[in-house]
Ligand binder design. Structure first.
Ligand SMILES: [Zn+2]
Length: 326
């Protein structure tokens, strides 16, 4: 593809973290200073952390911090909301080294982002399948021309220093989504959302991650009895739609079974439907498994999670027994 920029492009200059007071004028969209003090920064000794800035059908974004670098996974809130939530977490958009997209639906990439990415020189990583669609979005061609639209196929790449990204294809609508595994010297993260089912490739790809973020979209009964049009329900419940609570639990169990250390230390549940799911429904499903119950974090559309400090997973008692007798 002409003019397309690949991973060999030089990384952008690193900018300082923990900017607590600053004038915000991000691509002209923010004109007032953000005064909210960082409420919950990752402690300096905690090298690797993840904070989900929000998740649901109205927007999705998470930030991974490794040392002095920060990586955004999806950009489904506008720059103003994202910056506000980053500030609460002790970061700002200026600290974002790169953005990795799962796909281009508006709840994963707000169309207001290209100007901000251009202003701060933040590269956007996306799969080859999604690249033509980016070019149809206002500002997409400008990102390409600035060398900031960086597409990949399935080769691993380094979106920021110290992070190796490897990807897996997931089925969702026509274009599919990308599941990320992000490996660092301090631990590893898996991120999979908007997938109609959990294929064996996903299970193998995510086996052994220390922190797993996975979609937990709908409760089956609430969906089938909801007033939504039946075609919406059929799409969401299809193999190209979303994972139900039960399917999400099953996927986590399969990933744990394929891992030498069993369950991830933390399991973060993404993209809960506000109409067809409820936090209590999710908890009821996941608390069936005593080992898993204490490891889950529910995300919310309207607020960010706390920082989850990522450490290498230790085998649970159940997994220790499995390893001892295997
Ligand atoms: Zn979505």
């Amino acid at each position: 593809m002409q003019g397309k920029t690949r991973m060999s492009d030089k990384p952008r200059n690193q900018m300082p973290l923990f900017v607590q007071e600053r004038q915000s004028s991000l691509a002209g969209v923010l004109t007032t200073s953000i005064k909210t003090p960082p409420a919950d920064p990752l402690k300096p000794m905690e090298k690797l952390g993840l904070c989900v800035l929000g998740s649901g059908s109205g927007g999705n974004a998470a930030v991974l911090r490794l040392g002095d670098s920060a990586l955004l996974i999806d950009a489904g809130f506008g720059p103003r909301t994202t910056d506000k939530r980053l500030t609460q977490a002790g970061l700002s958009i200026k600290d974002i080294h790169a953005v990795c997209l799962t796909h281009l639906d508006q709840d994963h990439f707000r169309r207001t982002w290209p100007g901000t990415l251009l202003k701060w020189g933040i590269p956007l990583y996306l799969h080859d399948w999604h690249y033509p669609d980016l070019m149809r979005i206002p500002g997409g061609a400008e990102l390409r021309d600035a060398g900031l639209a960086r597409s990949f196929q399935f080769q691993p790449f380094v979106p920021m220093p110290g992070v190796r990204a490897s990807t897996v294809r997931l089925q969702h609508d026509k274009q599919g989504t990308i599941g990320y595994r992000l490996d660092t010297h301090a631990g590893s993260v898996g991120y999979a959302t908007d997938l109609g089912h959990a294929p064996p490739a996903l299970v193998q790809h995510m086996a052994g991650v220390d922190l797993l973020c996975i979609e937990c979209n709908y409760d089956e009964h609430m969906t089938t009895t909801s007033p939504r049009p039946s075609w919406v329900n059929r799409r969401n419940m299809s193999d190209s739609g979303h994972l139900s609570n039960e399917q999400s639990l099953e996927a986590v169990r399969m990933i744990a079974d394929a891992s030498p250390v069993g369950l991830p230390r933390d399991v973060v549940l993404l993209h809960r439907s506000s109409q067809c799911n409820h936090p209590m429904k999710v908890r009821r499903v996941f608390e069936r498994d005593a080992d898993l119950a204490g490891r889950i974090t529910l995300t919310d559309q309207r607020r960010r999670t706390r920082w989850l400090h990522i450490k290498p997973a230790k085998p649970s008692k159940r997994d220790q027994r499995r390893l001892e007798f295997s």
